[in-house]
Design a binder for this molecule. Structure first.
Ligand code: PLP
Length: 358
């Protein structure tokens, strides 16, 4: 079975197989990793190794903290302004699809949201051109989503935003290619696409931003407290953290982010070429310059064929191709764990389906 789910998504098979092998006896402890105290020596050593692996993979500079949090990316849509913006301050939001729009609306109770640019009038089929970004040099931060999981648009090159800290929701393209972490003030990602199980949130934040005493709030909401307590302010998602660590090891063993970038480009090129070369049977209306490598929405020329396409694709072992309800049609998500062979199989199926129903 090839799994094209947008999230929770496929994990690399070797990660699942290793987790299965270690399920009942982790690290010769005689118990599952889920049954270990997070204060225990073994568990702490594991988290230190995980952080070191991630720092190596992403080239994270030492003036950035790495946090493993909970609540999903959505909770942090609200918690980021709580931490980074003081009373009465504003933040710039670049709206490029469903998720950045949601980030802005969840932030609104905590910060004055300035929509500095939006491609909503273009139905999010392209990026708002950089010369239309109305950035405020006094903003507490600028927020972007580097990849829009539903609309299938992705920043190839994130524009410079000056000295204002850039905050990026990378939930659906983190670890898919190298990024220059030093260009960001804060990077965050729900784990359920390229990292591990849902619920876990990875955050990489420049330490000086943790010093912002934006407003009074309970410790559990304050990132500085999580950093000071090595992400163990309360009981962490130990199972998710462990699986994230296995994924990082898998990435290291498979050539790191440069190798992922090459593989992901190849996978996306295979699928977009098949769509564009189908003589109109399939289509993807996104501006080719900003098409996502991770999430490829496409429609069939006749939506009456949708249910047959889904039925036949599933019978062929191609899972979870149904599009998001906001767009309809299909969506194939091509995260790191999806091998080239899966996309080749999908493309052959699509070609055959079009030949039979065109
Ligand atoms: N941001 C992006 C880009 C997403 O794709 C998603 C969906 O998974 C979210 C945020 C929301 O994440 P969560 O469901 O973990 O809150």
């Amino acid at each position: 079975i090839w799994n094209f789910s947008a999230g929770p998504a496929a994990l690399p098979l070797p990660v699942l197989e290793r987790a299965q092998r270690e399920l009942l006896d982790w690290n010769s402890s005689g118990a599952s990793v889920m049954e270990q105290s997070h204060r225990g020596k073994r568990f702490i050593a594991m988290t230190e190794q995980i952080e070191a692996d991630l720092r190596e993979l992403m080239g994270i500079p030492s003036d950035y903290a790495v946090l493993f949090l909970q609540g999903g990316a959505t909770q942090h849509f609200a918690q980021i302004p709580m931490n980074l913006a003081g009373e009465g301050e504003s933040a710039d939001y670049i709206i490029t699809g469903h998720w950045s729009e949601k980030a802005a609306s969840e932030a609104a109770p905590y910060v004055r949201v300035n929509v500095a640019a939006t491609s909503k009038a273009d139905n999010y089929l392209r990026m708002p051109s950089h010369d239309t970004w109305h950035l405020d040099p006094k903003a507490a931060y600028v927020h972007i989503a580097t990849n829009e999981t539903i609309h299938g648009v992705e920043f190839e090159d994130v524009p410079r935003v000056g000295d204002v800290p850039l905050v990026a929701d990378m939930s659906s393209n983190i670890l898919s290619w190298p990024v220059d972490v030093s260009r960001y003030g804060l990077i965050y990602a729900g784990a359920q696409k390229n990292i591990g199980p849902s619920g876990l949130v990875l955050m990489i934040v420049r330490r000086d931003l943790l010093e912002r005493q934006a407003r009074p709030m309970a410790k559990i909401f304050r990132y500085a407290e999580h950093a000071a307590n090595s992400s163990m302010l309360n009981t962490p998602n130990t199972w998710g953290w462990y699986l994230a660590g296995l994924t990082f090891q898998w990435l290291k063993e498979n050539g790191g982010l440069q190798a992922m970038a090459e593989r992901n480009r190849l996978k996306a090129a295979l699928l977009y070429t098949a769509i564009d070369g189908s003589g109109g049977f399939y289509s993807n209306p996104v501006d080719p310059a900003v098409r996502s490598r991770m999430n490829v929405p496409f429609t069939l020329h006749d939506s009456a064929l949708d249910s047959l396409f889904l039925q036949e694709s599933e019978a062929a072992g191609l899972m979870a191709l149904k599009g998001h309800k906001a767009l309809g049609g299909m969506r194939a998500s091509l995260y790191n764990a999806v091998p080239v062979e899966a996309v080749q199989t999908l493309v052959v199926f699509m070609h055959d389906f079009a030949a039979r129903h065109g």
